[in-house]
Design a protein around this ligand. Sequence first.
Ligand SMILES: [Zn+2]
Length: 354
Amino acid sequence: MVQRLAVLTAARLVRVAGDAQSSGGRPASVFAFNEGAGLVVVGDLGQTGCHLAVCDLGARPLAEHTAPLQIEQGPEVVISWAKARFAELLAELGRGWQDVLGVGIGLPGPVDFDTGRPVSPPAMPAWDGVDVPAMFADVTDRPVLVDNDARIMALGEHRTARRGDRHMIFVKLGSGIGAGLISYGEVLRGERGAAGDIGHIVVDPEASEVCRCGNVGCLDAVAGGWAIARRLGDLAPTPPDVVRLARDGQPEAMAEVRRSGRLVGAAVANAVNLLNPTSVVIGGKLAEADEQVFAAVREAIYRHATPVASRHLEIALTELWHMAGVIGAAHMVIDHVLEPERVGALVERRLRAA
Ligand SMILES: [Zn+2]
C-alpha cells in the first residue's frame, strides 16, 4: 500500500493533503486524489447550440465556450470547429493537448458507445456511422468517448445532485426530446445505444405530422422544439426562437411549450410505468423557457402513471441546467481513464514523461 501510494504520488495522481491526528510517533499523512493532475475536454453538441468545456479531474469546468451550432452541417465542419475552440480554451488556461487525458462528446441521437459512432440519428443523418473518435486523432492519442446528449446530462445530474437515486429518468426537452436512463446507479445504453430514445415513442398514431425519423405520431414530431417551430412558422422559425418567445411571454409560444410539457409528461408516464424509477428529472431549453412547462410535465406524469409507480416518485427540475451535459461528459471520461486496469498505464506514462 505504501509503495503504491508512493508511485501514485510520484505520478501526481495522488497528493498529500495534510497530517492526520496521530496518537503519538510519526504523524500519518492524509492522501487525496489530485484533481489537478490532468484535464478532460468535453463538448455537449446539440442540434442548434453547443457547450464546450475544459474540466479538471473533479469534473469542474475551468474554461467554457457556448455558441450556436448547426449540427446538420455534418461531422467534418462541426468537429473541426470544436477542435479549434478546444485548443483556444486550453490556451486560455496556459495548457495544451498534452495535458488532456481524454475527450468526451455528447450528440443528439443514438450513439454506439463502444465505437463512438452515431447510429441512424434522425436529426443529423450526415453523422450516421461516422467514426467520431478517429476525427480527434490529429490532436490527441487519448481516449475519445462519444454518447447520446441526454445520457451525459443524466450522468451529470446523477453524479452531482442525485447520487442516492437508484433509478432515474432524465428528460431533455430541447430542439428534440430525449431521455437518459440510470439503472442501479449506472447509465443504461441498450444494445445499440438507443435506450432512452423517448422522442420516437408514438403518442398519436393518427397524427398528420411526419417525424424526422420517417414515422408519424412520434413525441418528437408533436412536442419537440423543431416541431413547435414548424407549427409557429414565421413567428418562430427555429427552436431557439421558440425558447426566446416563450421566455418573453408571447402567448402562442407559451401555449405551445406548455402543450409540449403535457405530451412529454404523458409519454414519460409510460416510461415510469415500465421502469418504476426513483426520480424523473426534467431539463433542456424548453423547460428553461417557461416554469409552467415543468408543472405541465409533472401533472401529466401523476395523471397517467400507475399509483404504485408514482406514489414515491420524485419529479424534479434539473439542478445543473445547461451545465449537466459537460459535467456528465467529464464524469464519463474520468470514469474511463481512472478505471483500475487503466490507471497502471497512466502512471507509467506520467512517470516516463516526468
Ligand atoms: Zn420519430
